[in-house]
Design a protein around this ligand. Structure first.
Ligand SMILES: [Zn+2]
Length: 293
């Protein structure tokens, strides 16, 4: 078997020695019943004897998500299909990055020590994590990660506003333009969406349609809400009901409409411009076609 090309130490700009020629990634897996999964690192490993996350080096042909789930499978027997990504946080040291993938179990899984890198795997209640002897980098990251555990991003997309933000002839076929937008959005819950340099999200997507686009059908990864009155009021109502049902989640409304932005901000949501969303979608679709070709 070929040695994975990510294996190896590198020195970052701060002069630390780190594992992973293309960076490293770890899986912060939370389970509503049991807490988070920690790995007690074998004494002979780098920073051995401390508690940290299952994970390891990213290979050149892998995403951080692929690497973290592969390592969790190899080290802890966590099947990839039992895990759903919610978000990721990347710390850039200059020349080396570490990405923490925040994920949730979708069914009960047992964690089993599978190789010599771990002495023990343990589900730890969230409020006890800080009492463990943690790996120094994980200890520094924990306060940043803790409030994001189990938190989802829900994107509420103002369909008419986003479709109307680009003069691509949408006015000749409004239902068709809404369907195209819906199909573009459908990739997000699996591909993820980088919103800042540090944070990416695997969002739930709610598309609000109105007028001639009202008959748009939902698809597997996109919920569609058809506005019975004006679209803006439906969006505000949608945000309000999501806030009540899922108070821990982030709700972001995609619209350029200034008045609507103010109304949803008052309801506790944030907002994002259509061009930011479309730019991220196109970049991703361009990226994946390069990978395939
Ligand atoms: Zn460093």
């Amino acid at each position: 078997m070929l040695r994975p090309d990510g294996d190896g130490f590198v020195e970052c700009l701060d002069g630390h020695r780190h594992w992973g020629r293309f960076g490293a990634a770890g899986l912060l897996l939370s389970d509503p019943e049991r807490g988070v999964l920690l790995q007690h690192r074998a004494w002979w490993t780098h920073h051995g004897g401390t508690w940290a996350l299952p994970g390891g080096a990213v290979n050149s042909d892998e995403t951080a998500w692929a690497a973290a789930t592969r390592e969790a499978d190899e080290e802890a027997d966590i099947p990839g299909d039992a895990v759903r990504p919610l978000s990721s946080w990347t710390v850039d040291h200059g020349g080396w990055t570490y990405t923490t993938l925040l994920a949730q179990t979708v069914r009960p899984v047992e964690a089993t020590v599978m190789n010599a890198e771990s002495d023990e795997l343990r589900w730890v209640p969230v409020d006890e994590v800080a009492d463990y002897k943690l790996h120094q980098d994980f200890a520094l990251a924990w306060p940043e990660l803790l409030p994001e555990l189990g938190r989802e991003l829900i994107l509420v997309v103002d369909g008419a506003n986003v479709v109307g933000s680009r003069p691509d002839g949408w006015w000749r076929d409004r239902p068709g333009a809404a369907r195209r937008l819906r199909d573009q959005l459908a990739g997000l819950p699996r591909q993820g969406l980088a919103l800042t340099g540090e944070w990416s999200w695997w969002p739930r997507v709610v598309l609000v349609v109105e007028g001639q686009a009202r008959e748009t059908e939902p698809v597997a990864d996109v919920e569609v809400i058809s506005a019975t009155r004006d679209g803006d009021s439906t969006i505000v109502d949608t945000v309000r009901s999501l806030r009540t049902k899922r108070p821990q989640d982030r709700i972001t409304v995609v619209t350029a409409d200034r008045e609507l932005r103010e109304r949803v901000t008052a309801e506790g949501a944030t907002h994002l411009g259509p061009n930011t969303l479309l730019g991220a979608l196109e970049q991703h679709q361009g990226g994946s076609s390069n990978n395939n070709g």
